[in-house]
Write a protein of this length. Structure first.
Length: 243
């Protein structure tokens, strides 16, 4: 199973502390952390599936008849159990984050989107977390515009790739703890409003909805980008959607 995370600087792993080496190392970034978590789970599942039944006679009873024989009423019946049936599919994480990315405007961006998906195909799930820059890069933040564009984007994905699951992640609320500044307050209000709109759009377009604003992600000093702790928190929370 393959999932593409299509996002902005928080998916890219931007580190606001260092303008020269602007990206956290792979050991910090939530996309890489998630892959390591999923790999570890795969190994645990494989080890569990590979273990044999432990119903063997103890040493003190060596040579006696094994008491773990089927009851007479079941004798001769074939065991149809599938030991691997309940083991979840393993996920491969493909990160496509870019600093400054906004919600794609469709159909203008359709060629780029199709080319990007073609490069990493097959894709089982396409997860998008965008909208932050749409609010930040304007003097008058308004959630209605990125929400409308996201709706068109998801409808495009559904039409072009009906076999591909879609996941819409509402990003954490901007400037959550800042109490001063008209622009900051406006961004925070519109960020919350965007989450509400995204939830409705996800339901309308048969898309998995994830509200990252509920996770209390730790942010860096700019109140926008994830801190190292925030990347760890995000990986732990998003992992639940890939079990």
């Amino acid at each position: 199973m393959r999932v593409v995370f299509f996002g902005d600087s928080n998916t890219y792993g931007f580190d606001p502390r260092d303008p020269f080496d602007d990206r956290y190392p792979a050991s910090v970034r939530w996309t890489d952390r998630l892959q390591r978590m999923l790999d570890a789970e795969k190994m645990q599942d494989a080890e569990f599936a590979g273990t044999e039944a432990t119903c063997q006679p103890a040493a003190e009873f060596a040579g006696t008849e094994d008491a773990c024989q089927p009851d007479a009423e079941f004798a001769g019946t074939e065991d149809t159990r599938q030991p691997d049936a309940d083991i979840p599919e393993h996920w491969t994480v493909i990160s496509r984050g870019q600093n400054g990315r906004c919600v794609p405007v469709m159909p203008q961006m359709s060629g780029y989107i199709q080319s990007m998906i073609r490069e990493v195909w097959p894709v089982d799930r396409f997860a998008v977390m965008l909208g932050t820059n749409d609010l930040l890069l304007t003097h008058h933040p308004d959630a209605a515009l990125p929400a409308a564009q996201m709706r068109q984007f998801l409808l495009f994905l559904r039409m072009k790739y009906p076999e591909m699951e879609r996941m819409l992640i509402a990003p954490p609320v901007l400037f959550e703890t800042l109490t001063e500044g008209v622009f900051f307050r406006r961004c925070r209000e519109e960020s919350r409003r965007l989450t509400q709109m995204y939830e409705k759009i996800a339901d309308e377009t048969q898309t998995i909805f994830v509200d990252a604003g509920k996770w209390t992600i730790d942010l860096a000093s700019d109140y926008v980008h994830f801190s190292e702790k925030g990347h760890m928190q995000f990986a732990e929370q998003i992992r639940k959607y890939f079990l």
